[in-house]
Design a protein around this ligand. Structure first.
Ligand code: ADP
Ligand code: ADP
Length: 230
């Protein structure tokens, strides 16, 4: 069974803007699907509905068979890691605390949470000894994004939702983050929905690519090779 199912999902914002129009999408467990298209075509809205940050106007969204619009949103979000462009790290907490906040919330003791944070920092390519005690303002943009990915992975969620995760860094750093993320994903095999406006990023990262068009529709859903050939 697919891990994520969108079944004729629509979203009309208050004021009448139709942001997402009868969207159908299925994402297999362990697949990385990229959502690509110009600004304003409903990509972020789609992610936020999966995370239940906003409610669809109509249609159904299933996560591992469960309807996300019923049930406890806090429990839902434990199964989802969410990474956004401007990672909201807590400025007055060091990197280790920023990453371990999630396991702390899940009731881990401090020692376990610290060990978990350090493992996660290793995983995203940050030496915990060097970076664990730094504060967010002492990091480069790329390093901050990596801390954001580490934090999203903290509770070991099966699903990752990523909204322009590499959008705020320069092209050289972005290419490196993309490569490192692909390596990480080949190990972790999360089910990933990744939003980008960059077609090159979409075909480089995606097992499948959903090309959005204005009006909140998917114009094409295909393999990266087929999307490039189109
Ligand atoms: P994308 O992620 O593809 O750039 P969005 O999902 O952010 O697109 O936005 C889709 C459409 O919905 C846009 O026209 C946007 O202006 C509109 N929109 C987004 N958020 C809101 C909101 N909170 N209220 C009203 N309209 C919104
Ligand atoms: P990344 O590829 O992770 O974005 P950069 O190439 O931007 O890293 O940074 C190179 C080095 O400069 C890093 O090892 C980082 O420790 C250091 N550095 C960058 N910005 C800062 C900063 N604001 N404060 C301290 N060190 C920094």
């Amino acid at each position: 069974d697919p891990m994520i199912v969108l079944d004729r999902v629509s979203k009309t914002y208050p004021g009448g803007k139709l942001a997402v129009d009868a969207l159908d999408l299925e994402v297999a467990e362990g697949a990385l699907v990229t959502l690509v298209g110009p600004s304003g075509c409903g990509k972020s809205t789609t992610l936020k509905m999966v995370n239940r940050l906003i409610e669809p106007t109509s249609g159904r969204i299933l996560l591992d068979g469960d309807d996300v619009t019923s049930g406890d949103p806090v429990k839902l979000r434990r199964r989802i890691g969410y990474v956004i462009q401007q990672v909201g790290l807590f400025p007055h907490q060091d990197v280790r605390s920023n990453v371990s906040t999630v396991p702390d919330l899940l009731g881990w003791n401090r020692k376990q949470a610290t060990a978990r944070a350090d493992d996660l920092l290793e995983l995203v390519g940050l030496d915990p000894g060097e970076f664990g005690g730094r504060y967010p303002h002492q990091l480069s943009g790329g390093q901050r994004q990596r801390v954001g990915v580490a934090r999203a992975l903290a509770a070991d969620p099966p699903v990752l939702l990523m909204d322009e995760p590499f959008g705020a860094v320069d092209p050289v750093v972005r290419a490196r983050l993309q490569d490192q993320f692909l390596e990480l994903q080949s190990e972790l095999r999360k089910t990933v929905l990744l939003v980008t406006h960059d077609i090159e990023e979409a075909v480089k990262l995606g097992d499948a690519v959903a090309v959005f068009a204005q009006g909140g529709r998917i114009a094409q859903y295909d393999t990266p090779a087929a999307v490039l050939g189109a």
